[in-house]
Design a protein. Structure first.
Lengths: 347, 284
């Protein structure tokens, strides 16, 4: 009987030994998986269509999307910073959060030898650890059927003829409009006292606030607003949906919104993440996003042609495109949002 | 040992649900309570501390007080309207012997089959400039443009539409539990139907009506989608305020404090309402 027990143990041990290579090699197979924390909807779909399926799949990398909002995704990076192995290989976020997570030492610095396409990124969009994926400029969007003499500057919107006809975004705040007001008043992106003075006047002219960007198109259609201060990309999407709008670049300069990706320091598979970063800067991927979302390519080797080329062509002379000073703004935003809520939204 | 067996049975019956509650509700609440005493930094997010600063920030600022008062005002109005509309409907439904009764109950429940956000989107189509009411008022009645969007009235109407079915269903089950023969007895002694209702049925229903009111009030205090979509950015209620603190700044400590202030206010006011019900009407 005892020999039977012994032989059973031996059998178990033998089986484990035989299975060992398979168990151990699972880790290396799973290494070709890249977890991308991203927004859902069109953005996630376009990532799949322009990056995951055509570029990474043939390279043997399986992409898994972890869909959610930006704030929880960024909070997750902070929460997991002490873990040896995080949950994401790539985290999508705006450049402002990109600055914050870089400042908090949560993300891996960029390495041009592993992401060769970085050399094509526009110099004013380059940062130490954040790959800019797409960008757009904040412009004055107007209804082409109603407005014959479009505003040329944010200051023009104080004219009583625009009373109650200007719409802006208000999602607990609108730091981009505050930055634009600072740019108008002082030529810098960080003078918030001067910006506040202007915004109070603008609000006094019957500023209309919308909680969602999707609310602007119906407001243009119904005639509720004739001008909006919003991203050029949105105006392109509305044009494609048949809304008669056009964007003009304010003469004092346009604030840039940059969206991109960063790699957490504890990313489970850094090699796959580098390949992903490189893929998102490929001209074909950049052109795909421009065509469907109206965002501008962040690289210099992805020219746009046809309808999208016309829609996104920058006017002559070239408008002033101004990236915000994230080092100052990142610390000011909570106060700016608080001020906005109390003085603009609740006025 | 029947007592011991009873205790064992109680443990088996109550244990799983209690364990789930502890894991899914009490533990996250405890963590959030702890977070609400932390410090916030825009670049570090949350810094471990024990400070009442987030609670003080709320109570020191008239703006936040206003938001709390608006939330309570909207919730009280909606609760009163829902009880006023729900009582006769629920009573009629409970006493109905018609073959259409089940169809009427289904009609009451039907709005609950559609998500509250979708229903609110319907209200937006009705209320907005260029919406149905606007078109009728402008083009059919020629009395000018109507824009009810982004107003407190729109929010109240929207929340009533969401909460009313819950109120009616709760009240209906309360009236179903009151013997109809009591009303017949009252009628046989000469009481008119309204007198029978207010003197006999309503006092018996008070504990149930209070529960319906509390349910309605709690749902309103926590309303999120309706204030955001129908109230717009210039109208503030507590749940959207909490969401913006959490989502636009990642300010978990302050959002946690707002959550506990909202929860405390709701529980406090609910307890107060219970005290206001005369003792002889309270459920025992």
């Amino acid at each position: 009987m005892s020999s039977l027990i012994l032989s059973r143990r031996t059998l178990l041990a033998g089986t484990t030994l035989l299975a060992a290579p398979a168990i151990l090699s699972r880790r290396s197979q799973a290494a070709e998986q890249c977890v991308v924390g991203t927004w859902g909807g069109d953005y996630a779909r376009l990532l799949r269509e322009n990056i995951d399926d055509p570029i990474l799949k043939p390279a043997g990398i399986e992409v898994v999307q972890d869909v959610g909002d930006e704030s929880p995704r960024v909070a997750k990076l902070y929460a997991q910073k002490k873990l040896p192995r995080g949950a994401q290989d790539i985290a999508c976020m705006g450049a402002l959060n990109g600055y914050r997570v870089t400042d908090a030492d949560l993300v891996e610095p960029l390495d041009e030898t592993k992401v060769p396409n970085l050399k094509h990124v526009h110099p004013n969009l380059r940062t130490a650890a954040f790959v800019p994926h797409i960008y757009s400029a904040q412009v004055l969007v107007y209804n082409t059927e109603v407005v014959k003499d479009p505003p040329q500057s944010l200051a023009d919107l104080l004219d009583p003829k625009w009373q109650g006809k200007v719409g802006v975004l208000s999602q607990g705040g609108n730091q981009w409009l505050i930055i634009a007001a600072s740019l108008l008043q002082t030529g810098t992106t960080t003078d918030f006292d001067k910006a506040k003075e202007f915004l109070l006047k603008l609000n006094g002219n019957g500023l209309r606030l919308y909680a969602e960007t999707d609310a602007f198109a119906p407001a243009f259609k119904s005639g509720e607003i004739t001008v909006a201060v919003i991203w050029l990309a949105r105006s392109v999407m509305w044009q494609n949906a048949g809304v008669p709008v056009k964007g003009t670049f304010p003469k004092e300069g346009s604030v840039l919104y940059v969206s991109g990706m960063a790699m957490p320091k504890n990313a489970p598979d850094k090699e796959a993440a580098y390949k992903y970063m490189n893929a998102l800067l490929e001209p074909s991927a950049q052109q795909g996003f421009a065509a469907h979302m109206g965002y501008l390519p962040t690289v210099d080797n992805a020219p746009l042609s046809g309808k999208v080329g016309e829609q996104l062509a920058l006017p002559e002379p070239a408008p002033k495109l101004v990236p915000p000073d994230y080092s100052v703004i990142s610390k000011m935003i909570p106060d700016m949002n608080d001020w906005w809520l109390k003085n603009i939204a609740h006025a | 040992m029947p007592e011991r067996r009873e205790a064992g049975a109680a443990l088996v019956l109550l244990g799983p649900a209690s364990l789930m509650m502890v894991l899914m509700l009490v533990a996250p609440l405890a963590i959030l309570a702890r977070d609400s005493f932390n410090r916030y930094d825009p670049n570090e997010l949350m810094i471990a501390a024990v400070t009442p600063a987030n609670y003080l920030r709320f109570f020191d600022d008239p703006f936040y007080w206003n938001v709390l008062v608006t939330t309570i005002r909207v919730s009280v109005i909606v609760t009163i309207v829902c009880l006023a509309l729900g009582l006769p409907m629920a009573w009629r439904l409970a006493r109905s012997t018609s073959r259409w009764k089940s169809a009427l109950v289904v009609l009451t429940v039907l709005p609950l089959f559609i998500g509250s956000t979708t229903r609110t989107a319907g209200w937006m189509i009705l209320f907005a400039r260029g919406g149905m009411l606007d078109i009728v008022s402008r083009d059919v009645l020629h009395i000018g443009t109507v824009n009810l969007m982004y107003s407190e009235s729109a929010v109240i109407a929207g929340i009533i539409a969401i909460v009313l079915p819950f109120t009616i269903l709760t009240l209906q089950s309360v009236f179903e539990g009151i013997d109809a023969r009591l009303e017949e007895a009252a009628a046989s002694m000469g009481a008119a139907p309204s007198r029978a209702f207010w003197r006999i049925v309503f006092p018996l229903a008070v504990p149930g009506v209070a529960i319906a009111g509390v349910l309605c009030f709690i749902l309103c205090m926590n309303a999120f989608a309706t204030p955001v979509l129908l109230g717009g950015p210039r109208f503030q209620m507590m749940a959207p305020l909490l969401y913006y603190a959490f989502n636009s700044d990642n300010n978990w400590p302050f959002a946690g404090a707002i959550a506990f202030i909202l929860m405390g206010t709701t529980l406090g006011l609910t307890g107060l309402a219970n005290l206001l019900i005369p003792r002889r009407y309270q459920a025992r």
